[in-house]
Design a protein around this ligand. Sequence first.
Ligand SMILES: *Cc1c(COP(=O)(O)O)cnc(C)c1O
Ligand SMILES: [Zn+2]
Length: 392
Amino acid sequence: MTGWRAIRGSEPELELLTGVKCVACGSVFDACVPQSVCRKCGSMLSATYDVEALKEGFTTSSLVGREASLWRYREVLPVVLDTNIVSLGEGFSPIIRLGGGPLLVKDDGVLPTGTFKARGMSVAVSKAKELGISCMALPSAGNAGAALACYAAVAGVRARVYMPTDAPESNAKECRAYGAELVFVEGNISDAAQKMADDAGGWFDVSTLKEPYRLEGKKTMGYEIAEQLRFMLPDVIVYPTGGGTGLLGMWKAFGEMEQLGWVGGARPRMVSVQSESCKPLVEAFSAGRETLGEPVSCGSTVASGLRVPKPFAAREILRVLKESDGLAVAVADESILQAMRSLARQGVFACPEGAATYAAYEKLLEEGTVGRDERALLYNTGTGLKYLGLYQ
Ligand SMILES: *Cc1c(COP(=O)(O)O)cnc(C)c1O
Ligand SMILES: [Zn+2]
């Protein structure tokens, strides 16, 4: 990491980030300059740390008394200088016992911008600022765009959001309020992505898993679940999966924590929840495939965050589901809406994606795929307040 010293001419405060590594071909790239995907094979990159050097000081007891945000895991986050951290107190969200019973819900509805997208953007925008990037862009119909707009505003970095014209008006307003530049694109999210590619020039692409650091923010979900449950991981984690960043992030966290000696080798069974109208992972998983099959047609769903016809990291997601003895399951919109009402009656005003995990959990219990004796955690990724139109 002499590179960092050469660039900044100063001693770094934390120099534990050793590089970014391709998950498919293993090529390693320099983390001192902006990176997107693997230049050799086009797959996603994942940050690596000098865990051995960390082991001594970064212990579970060293966390006591740290700030209640995801930055409490500072040593395993990619930012070198503290002054580059862009934070609004995101993370360390509560884990609720639903109805006082054994079922756990981690509630990211309390995060800045109302969803867990704040985790990824806090870290990605901080790192971008550190690397001298001044303009960031992505295609988004909703929460990712809002979170980028928000953190870019705080960082003093320009944000541009390519938004399908049929995206909810409230999402456009939110981005505009933060001062982001909006480009409306006729069509769906893929058309928005295409328009962004055509416009290339000067904008750093922060699309899902097309740069390595949103994943680092999302992995703090796994660190928090472990710490908040006294390092006894749940037996099952039920996660609403679109692009899969959260799922891959948690899995990465479990691996790092094992290296750090914080947890043993046992892993939760990871369950991906999708919508009946857009379920590429469910189809690939049930066919026993290692990657996506024929392109699936994706209809609309109330859980718009799950409408991802071709997750970029499908191969990785499917590998995690298999390795963890987990599975992928789809739920219909009616049961998502029903689950939103049930959760509200138990004190959780969930987004449709979060509520989908409750619907899926009930389905799996009924089928016997998940046992009542298994300690399960549902992930609510956002607040229902952003989806008032779905409530009566
Ligand atoms: C983006 C989003 C998801 C899907 O997240 P991934 O980690 O990319 O699978 C789920 N819920 C909400 C509310 C989202 O905004
Ligand atoms: Zn590669």
